[in-house]
Design a protein around this ligand. Structure first.
Ligand SMILES: [Zn+2]
Ligand SMILES: [Zn+2]
Length: 154
């Protein structure tokens, strides 16, 4: 019983849309197994179609996919990845595109695509860290110092 491509695409999109963080193709597959999707190529092809359609984006650094925020960005966006909660924000890439165009023109380079991924800590995670007492590394209060722990308080 072959399912139509569009149904697979929608199912894959739903998984990514529900997920708070980017997922690899295998993580998507795991979630779709109960729904009768068993083969990795089926998921890969669906992800490819969704990516072309602009409904999902691929993070090259993590080799993971996430659902587009839905904002109109015919040009590129910048993906800001929080290294703590792994959520992704999409920023406008307009300024960067202008910069790249100028550089490409200067060097006679024909650009076929670009991905800009920014890594860091998002505002939410920074807020949580501050609420948990500033520089506590894990945000869960202070554990008693142990001999082999690095001490950041010098
Ligand atoms: Zn997007
Ligand atoms: Zn975060």
């Amino acid at each position: 019983m072959a399912r139509p491509k569009s149904a697979t695409d929608d199912a894959v999109y739903e998984v990514l849309h529900e997920a708070a963080t980017p997922l690899t193709a295998y993580q998507v597959l795991d979630q779709l197994r109960p729904h009768g999707v068993q083969s990795p190529p089926v998921v890969y092809r669906a992800l490819e179609r969704l990516e072309k359609a602009g409904r999902v984006h691929r993070l090259e650094g993590l080799n993971a996919y996430f659902a587009c925020c839905g904002r109109d960005h015919a040009a590129g966006t910048v993906f800001a990845v929080c290294t703590r909660c792994r959520r992704v924000e999409e920023w406008s890439g307009d300024g960067i595109d202008r910069l790249l165009e100028a550089e490409a023109e200067r060097s006679g380079f024909a650009v076929s695509g670009r991905t800009v991924e920014v890594r860091g800590i998002c505002a939410t995670c920074r807020g949580e860290a501050a609420a948990a007492g500033g520089h506590a590394p894990h945000g869960h209060g202070r554990e008693p110092a142990r001999g082999h722990d690095h001490d950041h308080d010098h």
